[in-house]
Design a protein around this ligand. Structure first.
Ligand code: PGA
Length: 252
């Protein structure tokens, strides 16, 4: 089954508006002919509206890096799904390991964020992944299963296909220590298997990404893996040239 390929660039807390403008202007011509590859960039909140404007009519979608699960309310500093939709944002990363580690993101919040994103019409990219200690202790699969079961708890099986899951081993994020193709394939096919226990059709259609030290040099090998339908790219998405090379590698 062809699931389509998604390459998403997570800019994290990088790029002022003028810097973001420079980056996207360098990126757009480099990816304009890459038919068949879905491309998203995830700028910080402050650059979302200008990036939506700059990307209009291009093949690049604009996603956010986080959202609050409630529609509105007394939640200082937070942004809701409908506020993102209002700007023209098409999707949102939820449960990134940096949010889980530094900002107290919990699985029970994620169980609310996922249905809220879907209800608003956003494509959620849910991040899951084990720490180095968990991998060393042989707990990778148990951890992935626990995260998936908790985070998907309130999603109707009929909507599984709409959730993108990014497998991001924490030890590979920002470290230059990319997972081996075997490690990536094993974990991603395990994720598909866990989803299939609840929705076989949804699991077959859901796009599963690999993330963690993806570069222009290693992307081709990772994107060729059977169960890997794309990549979530951090550091390398801050260079238009590297990110465009990764997007081109998805068109194999
Ligand atoms: P990295 O980050 O590509 O810089 O390792 C990936 C991510 O955090 O999504």
């Amino acid at each position: 089954m062809s699931r389509g390929t998604l390459i998403a660039g997570n800019w994290k807390m990088h790029e002022t508006v003028p810097e973001a403008e420079q980056l996207i202007q360098a990126l757009l011509p480099r990816v304009s002919s890459l038919d068949g590859v879905e491309i998203a960039i995830c700028p910080p909140y402050t650059a979302l509206a200008p990036m939506v404007d700059s990307a209009r009519g291009s093949r690049v979608a604009i996603f956010a890096q986080n959202m609050h699960e409630s529609e509105r309310g007394a939640f200082t500093g937070e942004v809701s799904a409908s506020m993102l939709v209002d700007l023209g944002v098409g999707g949102v990363i939820v449960g990134h390991s940096e949010r889980r580690a530094f900002f107290g993101e919990t699985d029970s919040r994620l169980a609310q964020k996922l249905p809220a994103a879907l209800a608003a019409g956003l494509v959620p990219i849910l991040c899951v992944g084990e720490s180095e200690a968990q991998r060393a202790a042989g707990e990778t699969e148990a951890h992935l299963r626990a995260q998936l079961e908790a985070d998907f708890a309130a999603i109707e099986p009929a909507r599984y296909a709409e959730v993108v899951v990014a497998y991001e081993p924490i030890w590979a994020i920002g470290t230059g220590r990319v997972a081996t193709p075997e490690q990536a394939q094993e974990a991603v096919s395990f994720i598909r298997q866990v989803l299939a226990e609840t929705s076989a059709a949804g699991a077959a259609q859901a796009r599963l990404l690999y993330g963690g030290s993806v570069t222009a040099d290693n992307a081709k090998e990772l994107l060729a893996l059977d169960d890997v339908d794309g990549a979530l790219v951090g550091g390398a998405s801050l260079s238009a040239e590297s990110f465009a090379t990764i997007c081109a590698a998805a068109r194999q």
